[in-house]
Design a protein around this ligand. Structure first.
Ligand code: URA
Length: 435
């Protein structure tokens, strides 16, 4: 097809609709490098201003998905499932869910990303395990999924190259936060990953892309429709991200916390455990293995009897990591040089701990990136010692900050206290699962 980028941009600038084959030609030209960045970003901005119809979003999703390698799985074996989180703080659920689903009669071959901005990334977390490899070839990845039931690798460079290019340009042109662009970016990667049942954990709240339930529902509806038109069963789960999900925020600390959950060392109402069980149970329901209520019990049982932890151990071993980490995480995973305890400046009840501010603090401690080329410090982070509705006394520790030298102690203390909200009357518990 004869493709003219100027006509293409002008059409969207004038608020008109592209034909699917034009979108395909645009993506083909983006990947081949035949369109310069300035024309791509002009089109992205026109989309942000004039939006995409569903037909255009679906065409864009499929064009990005098919811009590179598509993983094909033997669908005659155990069901292949996937999960996706829209990005949170203190959220190591992927490590737990992968191990859980593998112990519940499903398979999960998951490609994950690195952290960017205030949110963490699964690959950065896993790389705090000595020796753990995330750069698996397709063959290695599939072998591990076949033998263990789960594997977690970084994005395969040959998958969805168009998304890498578009995302890099969106990141520097204020065009990330647009629903159709977000949805096509997420679903194209999921479609290329080859799973037929996908649970989307859509985070809602101060620490998430979607700040309210209305925005989250509208994104969820679009993702479900995109999944349907690609023959993939997609279900949304909306979970609160006003406060960090786990007590730990920061790469190495989150891996230790995930091991704690898998080792049945957290209470049954621990938010990270609850969300992980819910995701695994809903996937089981989607695959027709068990009804939801029973699947929740099965998932909890797999934590209690050690099956899920064994899957995690096996996955670490097969991906080159030290499997002893599940027995002695504190000994094997490196720790930061200084632990700073932040005391409460008053007595009262915890009403909030702003996930966005905590995520930004951990990023600035060195645990995250401002640009995708930044190096990170996997040891730093924070452990929350109190949660919403807990009573605190004057001087009681609110959290422990694990730091090296990036930020001064005074600044750390000020920023932690700015994130916490302490009130005089018990605020009650807030809902964690929102649908
Ligand atoms: N996550 C993605 O994968 N893509 C986006 O555009 C936003 C969040």
């Amino acid at each position: 097809m004869n493709f003219d980028p100027i006509d293409f941009i002008a059409l969207k600038k004038d608020g008109k609709e592209h034909a699917p084959q034009e979108i395909r030609a645009f993506i083909d030209n983006v990947v081949s490098g035949d369109i310069p960045d300035y024309q791509v970003t002009a089109w992205l901005m026109a989309v942000c201003l004039n939006d995409l119809s569903f037909a255009e979003t679906s065409a864009l999703t499929m064009a990005i998905a098919e811009s590179g390698k598509i993983y094909r799985w033997d669908q005659s074996g155990l069901p292949i499932v996937d999960k996706h989180s829209t990005g949170g703080v203190g959220d190591s659920a992927t490590l737990i869910v992968a191990s859980l689903v593998a112990s519940m009669g499903m398979r999960m071959g998951k490609h994950s990303g690195r952290g960017l901005g205030h949110t963490g990334g699964t690959i950065d977390k896993l790389e705090s395990i000595p020796g753990f490899r995330t750069d698996l070839s397709e063959q290695e990845f599939k072998n591990i999924v076949r033998s263990v039931g789960c594997a977690i690798a970084g994005q395969d460079e040959e998958m969805t190259p168009a998304d890498g290019i578009l995302y890099g340009l969106r990141d520097v042109t204020a065009t990330v936060n647009h629903q159709a662009l977000i949805a096509s970016s997420i679903m194209s990667k999921k479609i290329a990953g080859g799973a037929k049942s996908i649970l989307l954990d859509i985070k809602v709240g101060s620490g998430a892309f979607m700040e309210n339930l209305g925005q989250a529902r509208s994104l969820a509806d679009l993702l479900i429709r995109l999944g349907e038109s690609a023959g993939v069963n997609v279900k949304p789960l909306m979970t609160s991200m006003d406060v960090p999900l786990g007590r730990a925020v920061g790469n190495a600390l989150e891996v230790k916390e995930a091991i704690n959950v898998l080792d049945n060392k957290t209470p049954s109402d621990d938010p990270l455990r609850v969300v992980s069980i819910e995701i695994a149970a809903r996937l089981s329901g989607m695959c027709g293995i068990e009804p939801l209520e029973e699947a929740r019990l099965t998932a909890a049982g797999k934590i209690e009897d050690g099956d899920a932890l064994n899957k995690f151990r096996k996955m670490i071993e097969m991906q080159g990591g030290d499997p002893g980490v599940v027995d002695e995480p504190d000994k094997i995973i490196p720790s930061a040089g200084t632990i700073l305890k932040i005391p409460s400046p008053e007595e009262g009840y915890i009403a909030g701990c702003d996930a966005f501010k905590i995520g930004e603090l951990v990023r600035d401690l060195g645990g995250g990136r401002k640009s995708k080329f930044d190096a990170i410090d996997r040891e730093v982070g924070l452990i929350l010692k109190v949660r919403r509705n807990d009573r605190v006394e004057y001087g009681q520790t609110l959290c422990e900050v694990h730091k090296n030298d990036a930020v001064s102690e005074t600044e750390v203390a000020e920023r932690v206290l700015d994130a916490f909200r302490i009130v005089s009357v018990s605020p009650g518990m807030a809902d964690l699962i929102l649908n």
